[in-house]
Design a protein around this ligand. Structure first.
Ligand code: 6PG
Length: 359
């Protein structure tokens, strides 16, 4: 039996870039699912997540009529209650896009007084969608989007709660949620961990310690660290740099002191990521120098160029050059490896990274 795939961590300088990348990722997942089976099954969380999906609004690539949307967890309140996750998703997303109402699956608001019936009814709603199509024992969602609370909870699975060990039910309920409101229903781990893709979205410095705990010390068993989609499922993290600040898993890659540049062979800059604050003039000069030096290289030449007390390390992939400026003491072979890993990660999202349009 295969071990679960290692999580893929993406850290972005701010939420706007995160939102854009999350939308691109979702559209790619949608395409893969539609190509395979003509529909796209998605589960959404509450909290800050609905707002993070704004990159999908006005995006012609989204085939809303093919989406079937469920809620990872829901607070047991009427649909128009300010605590309702369905209301949050409707306000921030569904009311602004052409999704057919029947493709959205909220809880049955007539059952709010009976949590057992409410969760059973939601489980049946899932069964109607998934049974005989994707799965028998557990549904296989194409995409589950999760948030993470500062205590490490995800969905409505809280630290130390008995639901962390639920193995049979698809949907469980709780009446003692530490995060208000106390009454909720939630996907269980078997459902989350059977998905094809699970994405955590976490931004802000209040998540920094928890994120480091979840990624660097998963053995501590925080609820978010228990999300490990079964092979071939894949777990992704979309976070901002503020949340990733202490995470060892990215520090070697996402925190170099110098820029990373993606340059097209015709001299066009495709992407620049700075890790230091410099005046615009100085940045422009560095980019001009890097472009000139790299494009003047012939194929067989060494991939390292000395540059004003630092080193420029580059690798060419088809028409794209991936360039890093590193310090004199930094290891160029390691940098070449890091570039390669970066290209592999990009490949996973966008397909062939040599296809310029992907950027
Ligand atoms: O209904 C809920 O409360 C959520 O589904 C919950 O699991 C949420 O995703 C996290 O608490 C993160 O919330 P933030 O993104 O607001 O921090």
């Amino acid at each position: 039996m295969h071990q679960p795939n290692a999580p893929i961590l993406n850290s972005f300088p701010n939420t706007d870039v995160l939102v854009e990348s999350l939308a691109a990722f979702t559209i790619k997942a949608q395409k893969e699912s539609l190509d395979k089976k003509g529909r796209f099954t998605v589960a959404l969380s509450g909290g800050s997540l609905p707002k993070m999906l704004r990159g999908l609004i006005d995006n012609p690539a989204v085939k809303w009529d093919k989406w079937q949307v469920f809620y990872v967890d829901e607070r047991v309140v009427p649909h128009d209650h300010p605590d309702s996750n369905h209301l949050a998703c409707t306000t921030h997303l569904f009311s602004q896009v052409p999704i057919p109402a029947e493709n959205i699956h909220p809880i049955d608001a007539s059952l709010l007084n009976d949590l057992e019936e409410l969760s059973d009814a939601y489980e049946k709603e899932l069964i109607r969608e998934f049974a005989q199509k994707d799965s028998a024992r557990f549904p296989i969602f194409d995409l589950i989007l999760l948030g993470m609370g500062p205590d490490g909870h995800t969905a409505s699975l809280f630290p130390g709660h008995e639901l962390l060990t639920e193995e049979d039910r698809w949907i469980a309920y709780l009446e003692d949620s530490p995060k208000p409101p106390p009454k909720r229903i939630t996907f269980t781990y078997p459902v989350i961990n059977h998905a094809s893709r699970v994405v955590f979205v976490a931004a802000g410095k209040e998540k920094v310690d928890t994120l480091s705990g979840v990624l660097d010390r998963p053995e501590e068993g925080l609820p978010s660290a228990r999300v490990k989609p079964a092979f071939p499922g894949q777990l992704y993290w979309f976070v901002d740099d503020a949340a990733a600040e202490k995470t060892g898993s990215v520090s070697h890659f996402a925190k170099p002191k110098h820029p990373i540049v993606i340059l097209e062979d015709v001299g066009k800059i495709r992407l620049v990521k700075w890790f230091t604050t410099l005046p615009t003039k100085a940045k422009t000069k560095i980019i001009q120098d890097v472009t000139r030096l790299v494009l003047a290289r012939r194929k067989r030449m060494c991939n390292v160029i000395e540059y004003k007390g630092s080193k420029i390390v580059y690798r060419q992939y088809a028409s794209l050059f991936f360039v890093c400026e590193i310090g004199e003491q930094d290891n160029e072979l390691l940098t070449l490896e890091i570039i390669h890993r970066y290209v592999e990660a990009l490949d996973q999202y966008f397909g062939n990274v040599s296809v310029i349009q992907a950027f």
